[in-house]
Ligand binder design. Structure first.
Ligand code: NAD
Length: 489
């Protein structure tokens, strides 16, 4: 049998590991086998990556016109599309999620993240104000955008390529350079993107990748590094707190996309089939490992029982299997460690008095998949809103469903949580949709849909779900330093 490959850092255009590099195992979520040995960056490698990124700012990259940069980023998008199958295979190996999720959502979005932000930087103007002065001649103000410098990008494992490029695309479009620290669970597509950068001629040092863990490892070294000008992070709220402390040193800017405990709101006047489909996707896509996912579902009482039964039927029809098998509709969790966390909530739900509608444990899997981190998709009813399972982010394939009786009640229920990332509302009453959408305290609201993303729109969380907005011009706000020039006429 062939040995699993070694995955190295990508620094200054080269795949490198220091001679003393330590390696850690990357295991397949599907069957638990070791699929790669990943080099773990220490301070030396992080220093090298940040130096390469700083040098690139002053080199050829820093001298390109916006048009030239835009052309290069179009080249990156096209090369990702040309190597589509390689990216799909790498992401499937890392996450174990079914191929249709990769081919329809995650990999195309990676390519789009370069195209869209190339278009944004090319087409969005900066402001200009003419002002009066006492001498009657006036003055002209205009704003210019400059890159912020070296951006530290820290990304999670749940949609690795989509979420990493969502940051790298706009950062590069704005003329910055980046050092990316992908999740230790999912390093493969960030590595592959290094090959793409080289083949389309992105100058060396513009895109760098260092691998490793968070605390006392690559993540902490990067966020503490004085050569990093700003940090963009997606991950858990607790990690965001640690990164914010690191960023305070040197007064570095942060953009945070954090956890969620999102409410799905289903009114009795909804299109029933569409609502069941929508909530099914929002709770169980990617095995429930989507920050925007719905772990709290509120259903208006007249359709409550029917809704629970319809969702149960869909959940019980998922097909477990290897990601490359086109019949599979449902994958494993990312790791055994994450499965332990999810199963601890499954036990807690029962301890807290939940009624188990379906799932609740580990499925029987064939011998070749028994080493994977599989869990059953799970639905509960009957819990109080104070239950940990209803308040805390589980980040697994599960939801609690509760009936409600009025619009005011459901708005209060939806808002009674520390997180404020997203919501999905199902109703055929347009006035009600507007009313409720305005009152739910989240950054992203969908009506009669979920995860429908126009990349020009603001994206981010309120309360403990994040700081700042990215998307369209909002990304330009974070990835550039806007300066005003005032000319006395
Ligand atoms: P995580 O916070 O454990 O890890 C995210 C990244 O941070 C990883 O690369 C990790 O190595 C790194 N990291 C961990 N500790 C660090 C430290 N002290 N210093 C620097 N880096 C550190 O999150 P995860 O488990 O990978 O991802 C799941 C979480 O991400 C969930 O909470 C989910 O809701 C959230 N998420 C949010 C969004 C959003 O857009 N709001 C999108 C996807 C995921």
């Amino acid at each position: 049998m062939s040995q699993p490959p070694r995955i190295h850092h990508f620094i200054a255009g080269e795949f490198t590991a220091s001679p003393t590099a330590r390696y850690f195992d990357k295991r397949s979520p599907v069957d638990g086998s070791v699929i790669a040995h990943i080099a773990e960056a220490g301070q030396v490698e992080v220093d090298a990556a940040v130096s390469a990124a700083r040098a690139a700012l002053k080199g050829e990259w820093g001298k390109l016109t916006t048009d030239q940069r835009v052309d290069l980023l179009y080249g990156v998008a096209n090369e990702i599309t040309r190597r589509f199958d390689d990216f799909v295979a790498a992401e499937m190996a890392d996450t174990g999620q079914p191929s249709h999720v990769m081919t329809n959502v995650f990999i195309p979005r990676g390519a789009a993240n370069f195209k869209v932000f190339a278009d944004v930087i090319k087409n969005v103007a900066t402001e200009s104000f003419r002002m009066a002065t006492p001498d009657g001649k006036g003055a002209l103000n205009y704003a210019i955008r400059n890159p912020k410098g070296v951006i530290g990008v820290i990304s999670p494992w749940n949609a690795p390529f989509l979420l990493m490029t969502w940051k790298v695309g706009p950062a590069l479009a704005c003329g910055n350079t980046v050092v990316v620290k992908p999740s230790e669970e999912t390093p493969l597509t960030a590595t592959l993107l290094g090959e793409v950068m080289n083949s389309v001629g992105i100058p060396k040092g513009v895109y760098n990748v260092i691998n490793g863990f968070g605390p006392d490892s690559a993540g902490a070294y990067l966020t503490r590094h004085p050569g990093v000008d700003a940090i963009t992070f997606t991950g858990e709220t607790r990690t965001g707190t640690a990164i914010m402390k690191a960023a305070a040193e040197g007064m570095r800017d942060v953009s945070f996309e954090l956890g969620g405990k999102n409410a799905g709101i289903v009114f009795a006047d909804c299109n029933f089939e569409a609502a069941v489909d929508g909530i099914f996707r929002s709770a169980f896509l990617n095995t429930g490992q989507v920050c925007l996912g719905t772990e709290r579902v509120y259903v208006e009482r007249p359709i409550f029982e029917r809704f629970v039964q319809a969702l149960k039927a869909k959940v019980e029809a998922v097909r477990y299997g290897r990601p490359e098998d086109h019949a599979s509709t449902y994958g494993p969790l990312i790791s055994q460690e994450h499965r332990d966390k999810v199963l601890s909530y499954y036990r807690k739900a029962i301890d807290e008095g939940a009624t188990l509608v379906t799932g609740g444990g580990v499925p029987d899997m064939p011998a070749d998949l028994a080493g994977g981190s599989w869990v059953q998709p799970t639905i509960w009813t009957g819990l109080l809103e104070t239950a940990a399972v209803v308040r805390e982010e589980i980040f697994g394939p599960c939801c609690h469903i509760r009936p409600f009786d009025s619009e005011d009640e459901v708005i209060e229920l939806a808002n009674a949580n520390d997180y404020g990332l997203a919501t999905t509302i199902w109703t055929e009453n347009l006035s009600r949709a507007h009313r409720v959408a305005e009152q739910v305290e989240v950054g992203v609201t969908w009506v009669n849909s979920w995860f429908l993303r126009d990349l020009r729109t603001p994206f981010g969380g309120s309360k403990q779900s994040g700081i700042g907005r990215e998307g369209g011009v909002h990304s330009l706000e974070f990835y550039t330093e806007t300066r005003n020039v005032c000319i006395k006429l």
